[in-house]
Design a protein around this ligand. Sequence first.
Ligand code: ADP
Length: 351
Amino acid sequence: GHGDGCKAKKRLTGSPSASVSPQSDNINRAMCEIIWLFTTRHSCLEMLCGADGELPEKLRNLEPRLIEHVSNEIMDRDPNVRWDDIAGLEHAKKCVTEMVIWPLLRPDIFKGCRSPGRGLLLFGPPGTGKTMIGKAIAGEAKATFFYISASSLTSKWIGEGEKLVRALFGVASCRQPAVIFVDEIDSLLSQRKSEGEHESSRRLKHSFSLKWKVSIVEQQIDPKNLMKLHGGDSPKDFISPCLHQARAWIVRNLLEKDGLFKLSKEEIDNICNLTEGYSGSDMKNLVKDASMGPLREALKQGIEITKLKKEDMRPVTLQDFEKALQEVRPSVSSSELGTYDQWNKQFGSLS
Ligand code: ADP
């Protein structure tokens, strides 16, 4: 209970108890919960040690703080996305299954003329499921998932990017099979800055292109750079905003999970017709907003939020969606989409 949490906090900070007003008591309670979560963290270095208590050979020459950072912030032990959570994107799923998941599960079969490509580039507007695909790969292939944003390497980790990448590969090689998800790779490729930075970003590119397995890019990048990094023969794919069916699936799936689903097939169809051009993440936001409708209505009738029973709320209706549609607009414009389409025609594997 809260009491225990507060005691834990006192033990931690050693601070004397102080009398508090009711309002700050609420804040304190919230803080106790957070501290309780915080104290459950293990040392990541410890977790990487073998039975002998020693760090694996590969990690001994790396800076412990960088290993800690990779383990804490970049490695995701339980990405918790399954193939079935992803709506649509059938072609991308098929490509990824054959090119990444099967080789990870059966390296013995994927040798010789079946040896897998060095990288897979998924490109498309934000919020269309690229990160989900990366996480699902890790889940399906029982691999550890690492997420790194290339733009953070050149902005937040200036001068240290290369060291961090080395730590990343070090930890990943101790946690094989591993999927390394490199987001916003375009920021790395389009760097044109001072001499010194140019050199370090060149080395960064080099260390990536030597080792990468899966990379996922969000925005337009110079195709010439892309070809260079991929050796010119990598398959690419276009992740587009959801198709009609996929949008229906997201609405149904999210509402059913929470027991809020009562729409007819016609109503779902209606919602899908009104959401042409919405991405997966737009759809999620739409469902979120619509699902607030019944709650807002119940509260308007004077029920207090703390006394509200779930049964007091009606299911989500088409009208809730119509209202939500005024708030949640598609995040990708059709002209932006046109650019991705062109790109896809030129370089993609979908025609
Ligand atoms: P991206 O990496 O392309 O920017 P994400 O994979 O991070 O997009 O998607 C953001 C969120 O939007 C996801 O966590 C998910 O809730 C929702 N989403 C996006 N695309 C899909 C999809 N195809 N199926 C189901 N949910 C989706």
